[in-house]
Design a protein around this ligand. Structure first.
Ligand code: NAD
Length: 440
C-alpha cells in the first residue's frame, strides 16, 4: 500500500521504516528540513537501535522516500498516518496544534480518498475533531451544498512502542489497536498490518484513543505504586527489591514496571498522565488516583536529592557526577528526563556537576548550563565527591569499580535505579545508597 507518515520523529520514523520493511511504499514527511535532508542521505537523526540498518535497506530497495510537504508527499498515498508531537500545555491539556495543522493541510491537498490515521497519542474525541477539520478545509470543488463529493475516513491507531527497543516492539507488537468507524477503514488497517500477523483489537475511535491513555496511566501507576512501597521499606528496614520479586511472581501482578527508583520521565508518561487527568476532569470525573501517581513520581526525585543532601551534609562546592542522563537506556531522548531536575536542584545548592551518557549529552548540553561533560565513566569519576547512577545503561553494569574508586575524591554512590544492588559495592569500600533498601 502507498502510505505517508506525517511527522518523522521517534514514532513516525520507526513506523515509516518498519512499514516499508514489511512491504509498503512509504513517504516520511516532516516540516524539519534538517531532519528530512539527513534522512534522504540515509542518516537517522535520532538514536534508536537497529533503525539505521533498516532505513538504509529500504531506501536502497526503493520503498522509502522523504518529503517536506504533505501536498507532494501524501499525494499518492491511500493511508496517511499523523505522528506529530502532542506536548503538554501549561495546564496539562494535550496541545493538539500540530495535529490540527496536519489535518488542515491534508484536507487542502486532498484529490482522492484518504484514510487519515491518528498515530500520535491524543485524548478521546480528537478523531471527531480531525474529521470536522478535514470537512471544513476540503476545497470548495468537493462540496455540493452540505454534501462532500470526496470520501475520506479517520481512524485511530495508537502506538505502544518503547524508545530503545522501538523497532523490535513495532515488528512484534503485543497487540495492534484500531479505532474505526467504517468497514473500509478497518479493511485498510488490517491490510497494512497483515504481514505482522498481530493480535488486533478493533473498536470505535474514542475507545482506541482511550486505550492509549489508560495503558500509559496504568504503567505509570505501577511505577508510582512500587515507589510508594519503597518509601515504606526505607522506614521499616525492608527491601523493595524482595517485595517486588515476591509480588511479581503473582501472574496477576507481574514483575515488569515494579522497579523502584527516581521515577518515570520521558516524552510520554508525564504528559499522558497530565492529559488523562485533564480529560477525565472535563468529562466530569476527578481522577484522584492519577493525581497521586503524578505526585508520588515528583516526590521520588525530591527524596533522592534530599538523600544526597543528608548524606553529603554540605553539597555546596562538592563535585557530583551523574552516570546517565537520558530518561531511560538506549535512547538519546532527554524530554522530561529526571536527570535535568536533579542537575538543577543540586546546582541551586551550589554543587559542581559533571555528567556522562553514551547518547544523551548533545541534547543535555542544550538544556543545561555549567555542566562538565566527560568522555567516559572513568573520566567522570575523576575528582567526584559522589556519583549518582541515573540511567541504567547496560554498559554501566560491569564498570571497573576499583578504578572508579581510585579516581574519586570519596567513593560514595547513590544508585537511583538499584542497578548495582548485586555488586556489593560496600564491600569494595564504597558508601552505597540504593532506593527502598535496608542500610548496608
Ligand atoms: P517527535 O517530537 O520525536 O516527532 C514529531 C515530529 O513531527 C517532529 O519531527 C516534528 O518536526 C514533526 N512535525 C510537527 N509538525 C509537523 C507538521 N505540520 N508537518 C510535518 N511534520 C511535523 O515526537 P514523537 O516522540 O515521535 O511522538 C509523536 C507522537 O507519538 C506523540 O503524540 C507521542 O505522545 C506519541 N508516542 C510517542 C512514543 C515515544 O516513545 N516517543 C510512543 C508512543 C506514542
Amino acid at each position: 500500500m502507498k502510505i505517508a507518515i506525517v511527522g518523522s520523529g521517534y514514532v513516525g520514523l520507526v513506523t515509516g521504516v518498519c512499514l516499508a520493511e514489511i512491504g509498503h511504499d512509504v513517504t516520511c514527511i516532516d516540516v524539519d528540513k534538517t531532519k528530512i535532508n539527513k534522512l534522504k542521505k540515509g542518516l537517522v537523526p535520532i538514536y534508536e537501535p537497529g533503525l539505521d540498518v533498516l532505513l538504509k535497506k529500504n531506501i536502497k530497495n526503493g520503498r522509502m522516500s522523504f518529503s517536506y510537504s504533505i501536498k507532494d508527499g501524501a499525494k499518492e498515498a491511500t493511508a496517511i498516518f499523523i505522528a506529530v508531537g502532542t506536548p503538554s500545555k501549561k495546564n496539562g491539556d494535550a496541545d493538539l496544534t500540530y495535529v490540527e495543522n496536519v489535518a488542515r493541510e491534508i484536507a487542502e491537498s486532498m484529490t482522492d480518498y484518504k484514510l487519515v490515521i491518528e498515530k500520535s497519542t491524543v485524548p478521546a474525541e480528537t478523531g471527531k475533531k480531525v474529521a470536522q477539520t478535514i470537512r471544513k478545509y476540503l476545497p470548495k470543488k468537493y462540496r455540493k451544498g452540505n454534501k462532500l463529493t470526496l470520501d475520506f475516513d479517520v481512524a485511530s491507531n495508537p502506538e505502544f512502542l518503547r524508545e530503545g527497543s522501538a523497532v523490535e516492539d513495532f515488528m512484534n507488537p503485543d497487540r495492534v489497536v484500531i479505532g474505526v468507524e467504517s468497514k473500509k477503514a478497518e479493511k485498510l488497517l488490517r491490510e497494512i498490518y497483515r504481514p505482522l500477523k498481530p493480535k488486533m483489537v478493533v473498536t470505535n475511535i474514542n475507545s482506541a484513543e482511550l486505550i492509549k491513555h489508560a495503558s500509559n496511566s496504568f504503567l505509570a501507576t505501577k511505577i508510582s505504586f512500587i515507589n510508594a512501597i519503597s518509601q515504606i521499606c526505607e522506614q521499616l528496614g525492608a527491601d523493595v527489591l524482595k517485595v517486588a520479586e515476591g509480588m511479581g511472581y503473582d501472574k496477576r501482578i507481574g514483575r515488569q514496571f515494579l522497579n523502584a527508583g527516581i521515577g518515570y520521565g520521558g516524552s510520554c508518561f508525564p504528559k499522558d498522565v497530565d492529559a488523562f487527568i485533564r480529560l477525565s476532569e472535563k468529562s466530569g470525573y476527578k481522577f484522584q488516583m492519577l493525581e497521586e501517581v503524578r505526585q508520588i513520581n515528583r516526590d521520588q526525585i525530591n527524596s533522592f536529592v534530599k538523600l544526597i543532601e543528608d548524606k553529603m551534609w554540605i553539597v555546596k562546592n562538592k563535585t557530583i557526577g551523574l552516570l546517565g542522563l537520558a530518561f531511560k537506556p538506549d535512547t538519546d531522548d532527554m524530554r522530561n528526563a529526571p536527570s535535568i531536575d536533579i542537575i538543577h536542584m543540586l546546582q541551586k545548592e551550589g554543587a559542581k556537576i559533571k555528567a556522562y551518557d553514551p547518547e544523551g549529552m548533545p541534547n543535555t548540553k542544550a538544556m543545561t548550563t555549567g555542566v562538565t561533560f566527560s568522555k567516559d565513566p572513568y573520566d567522570l569519576a575523576k575528582g567526584c565527591d559522589c556519583l549518582l547512577l541515573v540511567t541504567e545503561w547496560a554498559q554501566f553494569k560491569d564498570l571497573d569499580f576499583e578504578k572508579i574508586k581510585k579516581a574519586m575524591n570519596h567513593p560514595v554512590l547513590f544508585d537511583g535505579r538499584n542497578f548495582y544492588h548485586d555488586k556489593k559495592l560496600d564491600k569494595l569500600g564504597f558508601e552505597y545508597y540504593g532506593i527502598g533498601r535496608p542500610a548496608a
